[in-house]
Each structure stands twice: as structure tokens, then as C-alpha cells.
Write a protein that binds this ligand. Structure first.
Ligand code: SF4
Length: 238
């Protein structure tokens, strides 16, 4: 797995953004996270070693724009270069997680048609309101590989009517990290898992978050244990 951040900076948009990790980290260095800038690694996915091999080896999943939103307005002028890079590196799988799915159609390249084979778009829905606002848009867009993520998951969310379309490949759930993390309840995770089970959709419990409730008991889970604890639950569905 590789991470590629061609630009950095974002604006808080919905409830899930409240404790955004990128804002928290930038504040440690007095950096203004609301200023969106191109980064030094803008060309990372086509960067090569002296021997001619790519920095990012063939076959990798490349999480793209993890310190911004791929579809943010300020990046409109830069995005075409990134689409071209994604075409050049058809041997990589690019993963884009967004809270700005409503901007998607304004941002796709001319030759997108029904989507690039090597690009997966993941729509973030942290609560029911965002699910009902974003998922109808998401399902109507020309995308080859669609996934949903509830992270930070802030409440029980019903997505049955969206996943029963068979257009969603996977649903991921996770809690919130950091000192001010809002709670994530295991019951909500199980509820989403049951929906996926019913419609035969892949399900992944990514991490518990720092403030996790299970069987009515609250657990403060350190960052390095949040993935491990989720994995231990052993509830993923293939
Ligand atoms: S959209 Fe993502 S990167 Fe932007 S503020 Fe919200 S959580 Fe942070």
C-alpha cells in the first residue's frame, strides 16, 4: 500500500471533519490547513529511481489525497495532470476517498466515460444525513469501482437501499482517533455488518477509534491498538 498526496490542505465540510487528523497534525506546526497547496510529491506516482524503476512498484494500491480532498475546488487546475498520471500508471490501483462527491462530474477528464479501470472512489458518510445526501448522487455517477466508508462512524446508519443495488463493492467502518474522539459503538458496526451480510457486500471493520463502546462499556483505546482490536473482532466479510 502506498500513499500519494499531490496537494495538501482542505476545509471542514461536515460533521465527520470536526476532529480532522490533518488539521490536528498541522496545528502542531502552526500550519494553516485551510490553504490548499501542491506538494513536492505531485509527480510521485511517475517518479523513477536512477535504474529506471518506479518508486511505487506495480500492483500497489495507492491511497490518493489523504491530507486533502481530491475534489476540492482549489485543485481544479491541477487535477488533469493527476488523471493523466493515473492513466500512465494503469498498473496501479488508485483509491480516492471523498466527502465532495457532488463535485465529481465537474472534475472528471474528457475520456473518463464510465470510469478508469484502475480508480476506486470511496464515498464517506459519517452519519445518516450524509449517507442520504451523498449516496444517491454517488450511485448515479459513472464509476467502475464504488465503496462506502463510515469513518468516523458517528451513529447507526442504514444504507440498505443503497447497497441492495449491488453497485457498492465494499463498506468500511471505523471510529475516530485523537484526544477528543467522539464515541463509536460496536452495535453500529454490527448493524452495518448485518446489512452487508444480507446483501452479500464485502465488509471491513478497519479500526475501533479511541473512544469505543462495547456492551455498554467504554474503552479508551491507544492509537497503536485500534487496528489490532478491530482485527481481533474477526467480523470482516469477503
Ligand atoms: S474533507 Fe477530509 S481532509 Fe477535508 S477537512 Fe474533512 S476530514 Fe479533513
Amino acid at each position: 500500500m502506498a500513499v500519494w498526496n499531490p496537494w495538501h490542505g482542505c476545509h471542514k465540510k461536515s460533521a465527520g471533519c470536526l476532529n480532522c487528523y490533518m488539521f490536528r497534525r498541522d496545528s502542531l506546526y502552526d500550519k494553516n490547513s485551510n490553504i490548499v497547496t501542491k506538494t513536492k510529491e505531485f509527480n510521485l506516482a511517475i517518479k523513477k529511481h536512477k535504474n529506471g524503476s518506479y518508486y511505487i512498484p506495480s500492483g500497489e494500491e495507492v491511497y490518493t489525497c489523504m491530507t486533502s480532498d481530491f475534489f476540492i475546488e482549489e485543485a481544479d487546475e491541477w487535477r488533469e495532470d493527476i488523471w493523466n498520471i493515473m492513466k500512465t500508471r494503469s498498473d496501479l490501483n488508485f483509491i480516492i476517498i471523498t466527502k465532495r462527491i457532488e463535485r465529481f462530474e465537474k472534475c472528471i477528464p474528457k475520456d473518463w466515460n464510465d470510469g478508469y479501470e484502475n480508480v476506486t472512489i470511496i464515498c464517506t458518510c459519517e452519519n445518516q444525513q450524509m449517507a442520504d445526501e451523498r449516496l444517491p448522487i454517488f450511485l448515479n455517477l459513472p464509476i467502475k469501482h464504488r465503496e462506502i466508508i463510515h469513518e468516523p462512524m458517528l451513529q447507526k446508519i442504514n444504507i440498505e437501499k443503497y447497497i441492495k443495488t449491488k453497485m457498492i463493492k465494499c463498506v468500511t467502518c471505523g471510529g475516530e482517533s485523537g484526544n477528543n474522539a467522539r464515541e463509536c459503538n460496536y452495535d453500529w458496526i454490527i448493524n452495518t455488518r448485518n446489512q452487508c451480510l444480507k446483501y452479500n457486500v464485502k465488509f471491513y471493520f478497519k479500526q475501533t477509534g479511541a473512544n469505543f463502546i462495547k456492551n455498554g462499556k467504554r474503552y479508551n483505546i491507544p492509537r497503536n491498538k485500534q487496528l489490532i482490536q478491530a482485527n481481533k473482532a474477526n467480523i470482516n466479510l469477503e
